[in-house]
Every structure is written in structure tokens, then in C-alpha cells.
Design a protein around this ligand. Structure first.
Ligand code: AQP
Length: 331
């Protein structure tokens, strides 16, 4: 039996965070053992929030090196850069024509971004359709995502169903894989919003390449009760619950187990122990990363062979779609 297909990606819009790792990368590493996986660096998505100081080339290579450092194996999975496969944007145009404007306008992420900025570009509105194209182009069955992307997968499924109703079973209807542990890691200090790599307040983020001393500093800054000693077990402090969620997401140990271990501890001890666990975990990834990031030829080869493999499949599938909608001229 042929292995089912998994597609997922991350925007190289900045330095990857511990949220990206727990929300998706950790799951990718497991999934590549069982499925045919396509892991993309979705650079076309990242230009929706393009900034002048944005070094996209470096960001792409940093992201690729982090994929590998975290355990993505290029011999098992196809790793590629989205903009190298033109079929993504071509399919995206086609799918635009099968998507209702009102559906796009309902997207929570779009509404949020529209609220913050008056100068919003149409790329931000159309981004979920490009995302649907990324997924549908490879006949994907499963899409590992963080909770924030759930609505976009629902839209993708709607588009695919609409298309299939007209043209027959062209697309697989993909299912989102949202993992129980850590599908929404929150900002460290502002716990009402998710941790985001483009957050201007750096104290909200733990980057995968965060230095040990900065991990300690950022965790120390989380507001806690004035009492020195507290029963963590009964504590509803969202900042600390977020840390427990991070610890559980990284190690796979249940939150309750951590709660029991930290119960009756002084806050500073809890924070120090948590910082230590996080720093040790990230230390291993960072060691791998710094080894890999220097190997330019190795990275170039991964991109080259990944592109060839993805391109072949994308081209074949797009051709089928184009033919179905009648755009292939017969003379
Ligand atoms: N805090 C998070 N918790 C759990 N999962 C997360 N993801 C992102 N942040 C968290 C998941 O990682 C995948 C790739 O995300 P992305 O970087 O391509 O886009 P994003 O969701 O917009 O992430 P950011 O960090 O917030 O990016 P910026 O700041 O550039 O907009 C997705 O599956 C996402 O759910």
C-alpha cells in the first residue's frame, strides 16, 4: 500500500520559535517515519509581511538548517522552497476562481491583521488560497499545524470539495493534524496571544537559537504572585501554565507530572528548573544547527534534490487539473 502524503511548512519570516517546534516540527519528525512527507519553506507566504531589513536568503537557510537540526531527514522527506516550484502559484490562481470573497473575508487571521494595520496588502487576504494550493498540489492526506491554522485548513477542504463537486475526484480532502500537547504556545509575557516569531517584544519569545542566559532572563520576567512560595498545583497563573505547556511539549512528560514535581517550590526555583530543562533541550538542537549551517554545499544539495522531487509531482498533478478545467488546448 502506498504511503499517505503529509504536507506542512513554515514561513521564513524570522527566527523560528519554540512554538514552531512544539506545534509542528516535533510532529514532523515522528510523521516522516510513517508517511511520505513534504516539508516546505514557504517563502512566498512570508513576503506578505515583507520588511526592508528582511534577509530572506539567510532566513531560508537558517530555517532549512533548523529543520535538519531538529531531526528532519532529507533522505526520508522532501524538503523544498515554495517559490522554486511555480506550480504553487499557478494552482493558487486557479483556486482563487473557485473561492468566494466572503469566505476569505471571514478568516480570523486576516481580520486581526486588518485591525492592526491600515496598509494591509491583498497577499494577506489571498494567503489561505496559496496555502490551499501548497497542500492540494501534492494530494495531501494530513497537514500538521498549530491551532491558529485550523480555519485555513477548513477553507482548503471547502475549496477542494467545491472543485471535486464540479470536476470529479481531483483532490484528496486533507485532514488537519493538531496535536494535543502545545498546539498553541502563548507569548511569555502577554499570555493572551500566541508566541509569534514577528512579535516586536522579544521578551515574549523563546527562539530555537535562544542563548541560555536569555532563556533564564525571559522566564524570570514572567509575572508571578508576590508570595514567595506557592502551590503551583493550584496556580492559575497563565504565564506559568504556558511554561508547563512548553515543558510538556518539549519532553513529552505530562503537565500534571511537572505540576507535582514543582508543587510547593519557590517561584524562582520553579523558573530556574524550567529554564534549565528548556536550555538543555534547545542546546542539543543548537549544536546540530551550528554544525549544519556552515555546510553550504550540503544545504544547496538538499534544496536542489528536494526541488527536483517536488517539481516532478507538482507538474504532473497541475497538468491533470489544468486538463480537467479545459485549459489544455487541443488543435
Ligand atoms: N505559538 C505557536 N504554538 C503552536 N504552533 C505554532 N505555530 C506557529 N506559532 C505557534 C505553527 O507553526 C507552523 C508554521 O507557522 P508559520 O511560522 O508559518 O506561521 P504563523 O502561524 O503565522 O507563525 P508566526 O510565528 O506567528 O509567524 P509570523 O510572526 O511571521 O506571522 C503553523 O502550523 C503554525 O500553526
Amino acid at each position: 500500500m502506498e504511503k499517505k502524503i503529509v504536507f506542512s511548512g513554515i514561513q521564513p519570516s524570522g527566527k523560528l520559535t519554540i512554538g514552531n517546534y512544539i506545534g509542528v516540527i516535533k510532529q514532523w519528525v515522528k510523521m516522516q517515519k510513517k508517511y511520505n512527507c513534504f516539508f516546505s519553506i514557504v517563502d512566498l507566504h512570508s513576503i506578505t509581511t515583507y520588511k526592508n531589513n528582511f534577509n530572506i536568503n539567510n532566513n531560508i537557510l537558517d530555517t532549512l538548517s533548523l529543520y535538519l537540526a531538529c531531526g528532519i531527514n532529507p533522505n526520508k522527506s522532501i524538503i523544498f522552497i515554495q517559490s522554486n516550484i511555480y506550480e504553487h502559484t499557478q494552482l493558487s490562481w486557479i483556486l482563487n476562481c473557485y473561492t468566494n470573497y466572503k469566505e476569505l473575508n471571514r478568516m480570523i487571521q486576516f481580520k486581526k491583521k486588518k485591525k492592526i494595520s491600515k496598509n494591509i496588502n491583498t497577499g494577506i487576504l489571498f494567503y489561505p488560497i496559496l496555502m490551499a494550493s501548497d497542500i492540494l498540489l501534492y494530494n495531501t492526506s494530513y497537514v500538521p499545524i498549530g491551532l491558529d491554522q485550523k480555519q485555513h485548513i477548513e477553507l482548503c477542504r471547502n475549496i477542494a470539495n467545491k472543485f471535486n463537486n464540479i470536476y470529479g475526484n481531483i483532490f484528496n480532502i486533507p485532514k488537519p493534524c493538531i496535536f494535543k500537547n502545545g498546539n498553541r504556545i502563548m507569548s511569555l509575557q502577554e499570555t493572551n496571544k500566541k508566541m509569534s516569531k514577528s512579535d516586536k517584544n522579544l521578551n515574549n519569545i523563546i527562539f530555537l537559537l535562544e542563548k541560555k542566559k536569555d532563556i533564564f532572563k525571559k522566564i524570570r520576567l514572567i509575572k508571578t504572585d508576590s508570595k514567595k512560595c506557592y502551590k503551583i498545583k493550584h496556580d492559575n497563573n497563565l504565564g506559568l501554565l504556558n511554561i508547563l505547556n512548553i515543558l510538556s511539549g518539549l519532553t513529552g512528560i505530562k503537565i500534571n507530572e511537572f505540576k507535582n514535581n514543582f508543587n510547593n517550590k519557590i517561584y524562582s526555583d520553579f523558573k530556574n528548573e524550567a529554564s534549565n530543562i528548556i536550555a538543555n533541550f534547545l542546546g542539543k538542537i543548537q549544536e546540530n544547527y551550528y554544525n549544519i549551517r556552515e555546510k553550504k554545499k550540503f544545504l544547496k544539495d538538499i534544496i536542489y534534490y528536494g526541488t527536483i522531487k517536488a517539481k516532478k509531482i507538482a507538474k504532473k498533478n497541475l497538468f491533470k487539473i489544468i486538463k480537467k478545467i479545459g485549459l489544455k488546448i487541443k488543435i
